[in-house]
Design a protein around this ligand. Sequence first.
Ligand code: A2P
Length: 279
Amino acid sequence: SDNYLTLADGNKMPQQGFGVYKITDQSEFDQAIESAWNHGYRLFDTAQMYKNEQNLGDSLQKLSAPRDQMFITTKISEANQGYDKSISSLKESLTKLQMDYVDLLLIHWPINTEFFETWRAFEDIKKEGLAKSIGVSNYDMVHIQYLATQAHEMPVLNQIEVSPLMSQKPMLKFNTENNITTQAWSPLGRGKVLNNPTIQKVAEDTGKSAAQVILRWHLQNGIAIIPKSVHDARIAQNADIYDFELTSAQMAQMDSVNTNHRVSKEPELVYEFGEQYPY
Ligand code: A2P
């Protein structure tokens, strides 16, 4: 889509991107990336942990598209945290992606105190131009507050699990108040929320699919999204969400689906910082 958000560092990022978690077969990859590109996706989101940076790099090469039209995100895995390993593993990621820089580099998960050294590396990586923007993923409020005690610059983005089953309203508010863009991973709850009767009803009332009303709900909440699909028709459908609007009543109906249910693990608590922990 043509819709971009401006991050706190001034860089622009497509509000909607394409997640490649769990796509590993190269021909499936090629088809999905070509399909996504043709339907207007410009942001592609991978991670060291997905073990598919090379696949993504190979698929993007086949598009023969200019690098500056793409927005590429990767994430430093838990195993590669720390100052030296962050930098050396990013260089390996760039080799696999066949790129000189990523647009956005994230710390994949908060791990106790290791994220301070990782973040110091990120600040240097940004200075060197190996990442245009730096942020975090799966950070809770306490992690961000704690990072802020030593960071020279703050993360511009926090990529977290958000779906109608896990709406994360307090976290979204916290991110906004701290000039941090929220980006939702698994915005469709890994597909598990599509059959929810409330969502089905909103879909019926708007004449759109369940996936489309969910993605539209995210956009109207002001956050960025990276839905994943390997099917052309669904990739197209997920991008086709800019010609309708949910009413505030429909937004409220969608909000009522929340059960604080994660498809993932809980972000690790930082017990050492106990008294700062807000809950
Ligand atoms: P598939 O890749 O087979 O199309 P999330 O982005 O929340 O992780 O959700 C991804 C899951 O939702 C995948 O299983 C994907 O399946 C499915 N999915 C993505 N888009 C749609 C859609 N428009 N309709 C139905 N299922 C979808």
